[in-house]
Ligand binder design. Sequence first.
Ligand code: HEM
Ligand SMILES: [Cu+2]
Length: 581
Amino acid sequence: MSIALAPTGALSRPAGDALAAQRRTMLAFLVWGFSALMIGAAIGPLQALNYGGINAYPALAPVLQTYYQGLTIHGVLNAYIFTFFVTCGLLVYLPARELGLAPNMLLWRSCFGLMAAGTLMLLYAMFDNSSSVLWTFYPPLKGSPFFYFGMTLVVLGSLLPLPILLDMRARWKGRRPGEVTPLVTYMSTTTMLMWGLAGGGAAIELIVQLDPWSAGLVDTIDPIVGRTLFWWTGHPIVYFWLMPAYVSWYGLLSKQCGGKLVSDPMARLTFALLLVFSLPVGSHHQFTDPGFSPVWRGILTALTLSVALPSLITAFTIGLSLEYSGRLAGGRGVLGWFTALPWRNPSVAAQVLAMVTFIFGGATGIVNGSWELNNIVHNTTWIPGHFHITVGTASALTFMGVAFWMMPHLTGRRLLSRRLALAAAWLWFGGMSVFALGMHWAGLHGVPRRAWVSYLPQTVYDRLYGDAHFPLTMVAVGGVVLWLATFCFYVVFLGSLFTRRLSTPVPIPFAQAFGGAESYALDGGEPIGIVAHRHLSPLAKALEHLGLITAFTAVATAAAYVPIFWPFVHNITRAQGWSVW
Ligand code: HEM
Ligand SMILES: [Cu+2]
């Protein structure tokens, strides 16, 4: 529980123009991120049509010369650029507003600058058709130096929110010794600590292996070392996609629904567990790679399933918080609370639909994480089916929902159209449900992922994939619906930059937690005081030792990876680069 204190002079709120600068920077992150998604999401449905047997690519030359060029652009822009920009904006802006402190603007703008420069280099490398290496950029596929150096800048830039958060948290704690970090800051810091450890793999792969190789300083590369370094980052990256969505679900959504978060300590526990569990298990993406002992594969399966624990805590905590809101709003009976939620609010609708979709993502993830079952779905369309309901919906649709309140908050202008925003959310949910069901189902028929199947002569396509005809048609139909959703979303998003000014500012919907009269620092117009967070929960106090938890995670990660890398570095493979497009 925490107690609201009167404003203190020492921590008074940043001056008006400082706040305006923060808002502008946040807006830049949001617009850059969503612009990347706009290009990525425009290409996605072409891939869905490909699986439905429709080859649109000949008509797209010379913009897109192959399916794989489009797929690389889609994966890179959506999975890295979109998510990183939104996250590196949100996880600095929200804590700064919650604490009532100014972030280090130089670092925050450098984060933007590095990632923006990286994006431009990546775009150049991908659109000139030199680097169709897909979003995993596995060596020995070899793209242009612009691709790898651009990616390096993006990764390094994405790490900068960590020192910004540590600095703000330290300043806050200096003024409020012994108190527990306010929740949104706690969740954001934990996310960035996780990413700080996770980013190491990709950073080493890029700086030690790929950059010098692509620049011609070395001739050969070791693919398995590269893949293993990639997945050191590549598994926890899914939490870097997901945890910011959780920040909104735990930290804001209950307020938007008119209720409260039922447990603040459970939110903290979830984030601490995600930090610990996500790092050591990256090699479960390598169940079919050579060089891993069966014992390791078994251990990885068991460790991977441990991540079900924070997911279940989240499902119950958020579920109960929503139920509380729904009952306050008059919902009765078993499911009446659910229909009583403020569904007319597009931000709420988008986020609740994102959560509903995520339930299925959790279930299919258990299949992927199990060594035996993984053999059935490996490299089939099941896998992209899975990650479009996780990052492609749980995260992406939540970020869209956040944009629906945040655009008016940042610009002081009204949302262009509530109805169109609602249409975007429902069409995304509906389109993705049909699309993803089709992808999972076709995967069970053995339809391979990353395959330009529509390029095949009709008779060959029919012979190979005829028995998956129905699910593949669902994929194509879902893709077209998603195009519509994307269109509606961008009309609202971009249109809202030019609408009428609002007379009253839109505050950040920081949620209150059960058990206290507290809120966190409120934005916009409200009397601002730094809010003390005198937590009575022993769990919350124990989880305040983030340094210790991070150190433990680092040791566990090292313990998991030393035995994996040991045989690899003693049996170096020297592969020449390939360009197969
Ligand atoms: C407009 C909605 C979207 C559609 C119709 C769509 C469609 C697809 C399809 C069919 C594939 C599989 C291609 C293949 O394996 O050959 C794919 C791959 C992928 N998609 Fe999407 N997608 C959409 C949105 C998103 C979003 C929002 C994200 C992430 C935020 C995303 C991230 C990815 C990634 C990372 C891949 C893997 C690329 C690879 O295998 O290299 N997609 N998408
Ligand atoms: Cu994973």
